[in-house]
Design a binder for this molecule. Structure first.
Ligand code: NAD
Ligand code: LMR
Length: 340
């Protein structure tokens, strides 16, 4: 049914962006890493979301300028900038949703796992502060490697006694955004209203688009086309990293994807029914403790983790091959958090 398709909110997001209803509850969104390549355009997009009443922009530096700039946009959200660790508590207090795009991006030739050594520590310290200042917030983890940073966050929250598996999300929306764009383009179906789930994780072969469940389907596409579209979706991040040639990874499309996912979280919190997005969460869908699949969002975050549905033989194979890599990335995150 339409209610169980991914990113059903993405087109509504744009339509709603420039209107205000006046009756929506107060919601505070905090962005950690707000002065960065993702953080800046994401700050603009969240400022355009009428569901947000308070927007808190945190980074180690540069946020007063970003906040002053974004605050001039004539929409509902009140904007505040916070710079440096001593202001992190204030940035987080009262947050309903915390979005984390803090950390270093890839350069050509690197894997997302090559970012682990730097980003694991950043994520750990930010999550320690979340546990202290806004333990009930929904956490949208963007920092890579997502397959490991989400397990790190879970361990930090467990240690602090604040872990609620319904409130921790790895943001994999960009994989869905890419799968939609690539499939609709190649299959010549209208991209607006097109849906496809992407499951697994967020790195290389752990990204598994389920094109057999695409709606509508493009009859013109051959098995080889589906293979090529799968590979392009899995390598979408690398396509951007190479095109940027050392200047970082996806920032603009990621900001869009992050805004779509945060909007879905806010709608869920506000009690809007049938909000379903693909996201990397604690899961029983496979043998792995974390897995991305369709998730129904509600007033407490995850309301229901939906199953994978019927898979093609090609997708079954893809699922089998991704398990060892995803398992190792999850274990690496858990181990780091337990040792540090
Ligand atoms: P960037 O370097 O442009 O920005 C990162 C920002 O994080 C910088 O402003 C930096 O000052 C800040 N930062 C560093 N340490 C911090 C700390 N302790 N507290 C707060 N802020 C801190 O990088 P970017 O291009 O914005 O990418 C950020 C991260 O997002 C990278 O890890 C990248 O791999 C990841 N990413 C994920 C996805 C996804 O689909 N999940 C997509 C694109 C990028
Ligand atoms: C992406 O998918 O664009 C991000 O994970 C960034 C990257 O390193 O590819």
């Amino acid at each position: 049914s339409a209610s169980e398709s991914c990113s059903c909110s993405s087109s509504h997001f744009i339509h709603r962006s420039y209107s205000t209803s006046g009756s929506d509850p107060e919601r505070k969104v905090a962005i950690l890493g707000a002065a960065g390549g993702i953080g800046q355009p994401l700050s603009v997009l969240i400022k355009l979301n009428p569901l947000v009443s308070s927007l808190s922009l945190y980074d180690i530096a540069g946020t007063p300028g970003v906040a002053a700039d974004v605050s001039h946009i004539n929409t509902r959200a009140e904007v505040a900038g916070y710079a440096g660790e001593e202001q992190l508590g204030k940035a987080l207090e009262g947050a309903d949703v915390v979005i984390i795009p803090a950390g270093v991006p890839r350069k050509p030739g690197m894997t997302r796992d090559d970012l682990f050594n730097i980003n694991a520590g950043i994520v750990k310290s930010l999550c320690t502060a979340i546990a202290k200042y806004c333990p009930n917030a929904l956490v949208n983890m963007i920092s890579n490697p997502v397959n490991s940073t989400v397990p790190i966050a879970a361990e930090v929250f467990k240690k602090a006694g604040t872990y609620d598996e319904r409130k921790l999300f790895g943001v994999t929306t960009l994989d869905v955004v890419r799968a939609k764009t690539f499939y609709a383009g190649k299959g010549k179906v209208p991209v607006d209203g097109f849906n496809v789930p992407v499951v697994g994780g967020h790195a290389g072969i752990t990204i598994l688009p389920l094109f057999s469940q695409a709606t509508p389907t493009a009859d013109s596409l051959s098995d080889d086309d589906i293979k090529a579209l799968t590979k392009r979706t899995q390598e979408g991040g690398t396509e951007v990293v190479e095109a940027k040639a050392g200047k970082g990874s996806a920032t603009l499309s990621m900001a869009y994807a992050g805004a779509v996912f945060a909007d879905a979280c806010l709608k869920g919190l506000n009690g809007v029914p049938d909000i379903v997005e693909c996201t990397f969460v604690q899961s029983n869908v496979t043998e792995l403790p974390f897995f991305a699949s369709k998730v129904r969002l509600g007033k407490n975050g995850v309301e229901e983790v939906l199953g994978l549905g019927p898979l093609s033989d090609f997708e079954k194979q893809g699922l089998e091959s991704l398990i060892p890599e995803l398992k190792a990335s999850i274990e690496k995150g858990v181990k780091f958090a337990q040792a540090n």
